[in-house]
Design a protein around this ligand. Structure first.
Ligand code: PBG
Length: 320
């Protein structure tokens, strides 16, 4: 076996997986205001940004070769039905316009969910003390339409309500947004690794947890079932989330559909690498490259990662 490992040239030739900036999606957190930057302690290197600073960040990422951003809104304007998620001139809607204005070619993906906008922190509306699936669908579709109206290229529902991809597709088409694509968070697990994100977005559930709608980490076959439902409802791309602890799920979903597959290396997965690197326990660049390469090797086409800008820089320096 060593003959094919004996020099940089042969290793380069037989390498099976190559990271490319083309695969990278950078998550960004939008707040209202101007020149506003609020760092996120548990996501070192990331901050909540006002539209002008988001536009500048998008420009910097684009110039590094990162073709896409995934936008989340952060607001303290919350109510029982998450109205700030679908209002015109809302925080995400404003951010989309600012980014598109600054970098028109940037593929803007928006997270569609209610948890950052509801006073109870759940991803749908509450009826009889529980998250009501079907009542939530209309509000999620409304949110997606408002993003499309503001200029989003792709909407990414992360709420995990049943039937939301179909409801969003129908809503977009009815409003003349046939060209807006849907990237479905198809296999999204009820994970402990979303902690830093919930700090960033102030979106932790006020009571209970998300196990009634997000997937049980113990289930692999169910991920294929979830994905095929989203495909049947009209998803253009599908997603597995988190990524590093779910490589078997990525491989399984890869085998079950020919659609582009995204994997989300989530906030906690990023934070733990950063924390270990900060203590000198891991080499950040090597460890992050290894994890991202593993996610790609498992079958993900697109990598949603807080390392997107770093990874683009590392790839440029090393030629992957
Ligand atoms: C919203 C949403 C979450 C994430 C993406 N969209 C949090 C959650 O479901 O609680 C997590 C992303 C990350 O941890 O980086 N539903």
């Amino acid at each position: 076996m060593r003959r094919l490992r004996s020099g940089a040239t042969i290793r380069r030739m037989v390498r099976e997986t190559r990271l490319s900036p083309d695969r990278l999606v950078l998550p960004l957190f939008a707040i209202a205001g101007r020149d506003a930057r609020v760092p996120i302690d548990s996501l070192p290197g990331h901050a909540r940004l006002s539209p002008d600073l988001l536009a500048a960040t998008a420009r910097r990422a684009w110039d590094l070769g990162v073709p896409s951003v995934l936008l989340f809104g952060v607001t303290d304007q919350k109510d029982a039905v998450g109205s700030a998620a679908y209002e015109t001139g809302g925080v995400v809607q404003t951010a989309i316009a600012a980014i598109k204005d600054a970098v028109p070619e940037m593929l803007v993906v928006t997270d569609v969910c209610l948890c950052g906008y509801t006073d109870h922190g759940h991803c749908g509306v509450i009826a009889d003390g529980t998250v009501h699936n079907d009542l939530s669908l209309e509000l999620l579709a409304r949110t997606a339409i408002s993003h499309a109206e503001a200029g989003a290229d792709v909407v990414a529902p992360s709420d995990m309500m049943d039937g939301r991809v179909g409801a969003i597709r129908a809503g977009l088409d009815a409003e003349g947004h046939e060209d807006t694509a849907i990237m479905a968070y198809s296999a999204k697990y009820a994970s402990a690794f979303y902690g830093p994100f919930r700090d960033a977005a102030g979106s932790a559930p006020g009571f209970g947890d998300r196990r009634g709608y997000q997937m049980d980490p113990a289930n692999g076959r169910e991920a294929v079932r979830e994905t095929l439902l989203d495909v049947a409802e009209g998803a253009d791309m599908v997603m597995v989330k988190p990524a590093a602890a779910y490589l078997d799920v990525i491989a399984g979903v890869r085998a079950a559909t020919s659609l582009p597959l995204a994997a989300y290396h989530v906030s906690g997965e990023y934070a733990m690498l950063k924390a270990a690197a900060d203590r000198g326990w891991l080499d950040e660049r090597q460890a992050a490259t290894e994890v991202l390469t593993g996610i790609a090797r498992a079958g993900a086409d697109l990598l949603i990662t807080y390392f997107a800008e770093d990874a683009a820089r590392w790839i440029a320096e090393e030629g992957a």
